[in-house]
Design a binder for this molecule. Structure first.
Ligand code: TGC
Ligand code: FAD
Length: 390
């Protein structure tokens, strides 16, 4: 039986265009052929499957909404969401690599960069010939990036960059890093730092129990000379990096549903095959309750992200709506993963099935791109008009 059957309880396919469905089946087939057979092994080895980069570029997973003239596919946001959903059915770490490349590296270069920066970097990033990472979080400033201490000093024809970033996806192998640092006036500026610049290093972070098939590292800047042409001319302030996060959080809202769907599919199939007390465990009310709640939450989540996609394509989605969807999708995906794992009994803890890997991955997804608490407080602020952060 097809491992990648899609739950579509409310006939939501009718809300998608033919192009959306074609993109979905292309990415789904690719995930099934290229990710599923190898991902467990890479996760167990705690290694990023670098050989997948070329294929990710070929299926258009890097910057699908970026205009064609810069190497993107010029697709709408529903298409982007669908791609993230299908990748994350495979593994959150692979979706992470695509999120970072498209939303956190290509998007700022496209939205805030000079024409020269766009032409220099975007086409190569779209194919995966060049890979990027995004440095916002610091050891002492995670949820509160405005407190960052990484800084630049004006030295005439270049800036001198000092400081460190932590928990950076793709850092160990990235060719370039989009880095956020304060200038002498305390304004946050964005810039492209290239591997090979003297004083720039990217030590890898080891011993993760989550996102094991994704490479995470630090960015260390020790008097790095950043040419002035590498600074984004069009943006300053925290709204620069937060604008990129809107893009990535949107993709995660779809992506986490993909992980949830894979856990649900697996548990449903298992429940029909596993016999205890003389009948399939799916025949017991307790297991049916779990499955019924999973499909209900997936369906509600699908409706939410579909509507958000329409609003985003029309440039009407607010950052607060994106926060709600990211938080909801990850929360239900984690619940579904935990329940699905229990439904598989002992088999659920093995690498024979994808559920435990999804469950561990989702512990990062619920933390990065704004923690569960931060997104709740964003909604709280929006509905009360009172800022709980200050
Ligand atoms: P605040 O004073 O509220 O705002 C400062 C300026 O930013 C503007 N702004 C936004 N702009 C665009 N999009 C948003 N979502 C925005 N939210 C706020 C705001 O209008 C203001 O503009 P201006 O013109 O007045 O200067 O800022 P605050 O310091 O109080 O912080 C607010 C808070 C807590 C919501 C924000 O700091 C936050 O979102 N924190 C969470 C940090 C976070 O998400 N980090 C993620 C790091 S990257 C990552 O995790 C990648 S994982 C990738 C992967 O592997 O998939
Ligand atoms: P903290 O901010 O120290 O939070 C600790 C706890 O306190 C959390 O539960 C939080 O919700 C809570 N808390 C904080 N403030 C408040 C408050 N005001 N009210 C109530 N509770 C609060 N960052 C990047 O820049 N680029 C990347 O590519 C990237 N990739 C990542 C990959 C992985 C695998 C991981 C785990 C993280 C990654 N991050 C990345 C960092 C991520 O964005 C941060 O971990 C996240 O923003 C939280 O910051 P923190 O870990 O410092 O936790």
């Amino acid at each position: 039986k097809d491992l990648y059957e899609a739950p579509d309880y409310y006939l939501l396919d009718e809300l998608l265009s033919e192009e959306h469905k074609l993109i979905r089946s292309t990415v789904r087939d690719w995930v099934k052929k290229e990710i599923s057979p190898v991902i467990e092994d890479y996760a167990q080895k705690a290694e990023f499957p670098k050989h997948l980069i070329k294929g990710l570029g070929e299926i258009g997973a890097f910057g699908p909404t970026i205009p064609v003239e810069y190497g993107g596919a010029g697709l709408d946001y529903t298409a982007y969401g669908i791609i993230m959903q299908e990748l994350e059915r495979g593994d959150s770490g692979i979706r992470s690599t695509a999120s970072v490349q498209g939303s956190l590296v290509m998007y700022p270069i496209y939205a805030y960069g000079s024409e020269e920066q766009r032409r220099k970097y975007l086409p190569k990033l779209a194919t995966g010939e060049m890979m990027g990472c995004f440095g916002l979080t610091e050891p002492d400033h995670g949820s509160n990036p405005s407190g960052m201490v990484t800084h630049i000093k004006d030295k005439g024809d270049h800036y001198l960059l000092n400081g460190a970033k932590m928990w950076i996806s793709n850092a160990p192998f990235a060719d370039i890093a989009v880095v956020w640092a304060k200038d002498e006036a305390g304004k946050i500026r964005g810039m492209v730092v290239e591997r090979g610049m003297e004083g720039f290093s990217t030590p890898e972070t080891h011993n993760k129990w989550s996102l094991r098939a994704s490479a995470t590292g630090e960015l260390v800047f020790d008097n790095v000379k950043v040419p002035k042409e590498n600074i984004f001319p069009e943006i300053s302030g925290l709204k620069g990096p937060l604008g990129c996060l809107n893009q990535a959080r949107y993709g995660i809202a779809w992506g986490a549903l993909g992980a949830a769907m894979d856990c649900y599919d697996t548990a449903l199939r298992y429940s029909k095959e596993r016999i205890q007390f003389g009948k399939p465990i799916g025949g017991f009310q307790l297991q049916q309750k779990k499955l019924a709640e999973m499909i209900t939450e997936i369906t509600k989540g699908q409706l939410l992200v579909w509507r958000l996609g329409v609003l985003k394509s029309e440039n009407r989605a607010t950052a607060e709506q994106i926060s709600m969807a990211k938080r909801n999708s990850v929360e239900i995906a984690l619940d579904i993963a935990r329940n699905a794992r229990q439904m598989l009994g002992g088999m659920g803890i093995t690498g024979e099935y994808s559920i435990m890997r999804h469950m561990m991955n989702l512990e990062s997804v619920v933390t990065y791109e704004g923690t569960h608490d931060i997104h709740l407080l964003i909604t709280g602020m929006d509905v009360t008009g009172i800022n709980a952060f200050k």
